[in-house]
Design a protein. Structure first.
Ligand code: AVI
Length: 370
């Protein structure tokens, strides 16, 4: 069901352009390009809501995961609670940190191989799960544009604000691009994808977000991808690979304390969202690499015995000194193993690219015919 929309299921957005007089920092041709794309914007942007963004923020039913996570031993919280506005900003900062090699390593792989991806798939609709700021997508769009293919992009994100603002920026920069954004969870969007208007489709799940799913969730997710694709269509997956513990632990314990702030911000998000009284000075960030499970674990550790209330959920949560809440796992993959898992799910890896250090992997898979 779509919420708050006209009957046709989507609405159009309009963007502001810099004035052509005065110092805009754009060359004349760039301004001309941007102004001409303004005129057909209505035809080029559709945003469809599959979740209600207002209720998604307030609906207490959606807090069931908080209630169960904080009621069990050991305690845990779903990583989706990292991403309020401040959390999203902090994550952007993490991606720029010297220790957090993931973003720039994956971007470098895209830089080098986006052209090869475009050649392998041919003209296709690019679907991106958890599109965020869509920054790496630009490298793909550039490659498809260079091949002379039509540009169609279907970003999917639960955050309407980030989806809309990055869509506007992309439309201003690619004058032939058409965007159909879905404000949605992955599951819902994958169930609702209608047939691609181009010869094929590629669903992208990059940034190693797969690592934040446990093995069971991962299993279910791959099945959802297989079901969403037609035989012959593509799945592009970006994953962080296993590497020495020291490099991994540095990436999740940066010297500027941004990851610590990102982790602790989850508690202030819960305070705002559910009338809570977590005292951020009474918890600390703790993360380490669990070598047997090949995963970084991020925890929030209570510095003393304390009871915290989440008034809107009617909860009083008791903590022992040193007790932790698991806030995230970030799994690190073995290429051969993941290739086998994908293949068993009907997603045949047809090409895999890595960086020189073999720190990060990008896999292009194609759905089997059967
Ligand atoms: C979003 N996700 C892939 C990040 C990761 O590396 O697992 C989230 C993150 N957590 C701490 N730093 C970054």
């Amino acid at each position: 069901m779509a919420f708050g929309l006209p009957a046709d299921g989507f609405y159009e957005s309009f963007m502001q352009f810099p004035k052509s007089s005065g110092s805009t920092g754009f060359s004349q041709s760039k301004i001309g390009d941007r102004l001409s794309s303004q005129y057909n914007l209505e035809e080029r942007l559709q945003i469809e809501y599959l979740i209600d963004p207002v209720n998604a923020q307030t609906n207490l039913e959606s807090a069931q995961d908080v209630i169960s996570g904080l009621s069990q031993t050991p305690k845990s919280l779903p990583p989706r609670y990292f991403y309020d506005d401040r959390g999203s900003q902090l994550f952007e900062q993490i991606c720029e940190l010297p220790e957090y090699y993931l973003t720039r390593t994956e971007a470098a792989i895209f830089q080098e191989y986006a052209g090869a991806i475009a050649q392998l798939t041919g003209a296709c609709e690019i679907v991106e799960l958890g599109s965020g700021s869509s920054s790496k997508t630009r490298l793909l769009l550039d490659a498809y544009q260079q091949q002379g293919y039509p540009l169609r992009y279907l970003p999917i994100d639960v955050s309407a604000g980030i989806l809309e603002s990055s869509a506007r920026t992309l439309l201003a920069d690619y004058s032939s691009l058409k965007i159909h954004g879905l404000v949605s969870t992955y599951e819902l969007a994958l169930e609702r994808l209608s047939p691609a208007p181009l010869p094929t489709r590629m669903i992208c799940f990059i940034g190693s977000t797969l690592g934040n799913l446990n093995p069971d969730e991962c299993h279910v997710f791959f099945s959802q991808i297989t079901q969403a694709l037609q035989p012959g269509e593509y799945f592009l997956l970006g994953i962080d690979l296993q590497k020495p513990k020291g490099l991994l632990e540095a990436a999740y314990n940066d010297s500027q304390g941004v990851t610590a702030a990102f982790n602790l911000n989850m508690l202030s998000h819960l305070n705002q969202r559910f009338g809570g009284n977590f005292d951020l000075n009474q918890f600390e960030h703790w993360s380490f690499y669990n070598e047997s499970l090949h995963q970084i674990e991020m925890h929030l550790r209570s510095l003393k015995a304390q009871t915290v209330e989440l008034q809107d959920l009617g909860m009083a949560i008791a903590f022992q000194p040193g007790e932790t809440i698991l806030s995230e796992i970030s799994r690190k993959f073995d290429l051969t193993q993941i290739q086998q898992e994908l293949s068993a799910k009907g997603l045949q890896p047809i090409q895999t690219w890595t960086d020189l250090n073999q720190w990060f992997g990008l896999l292009l898979c194609q759905r089997h015919n059967s």
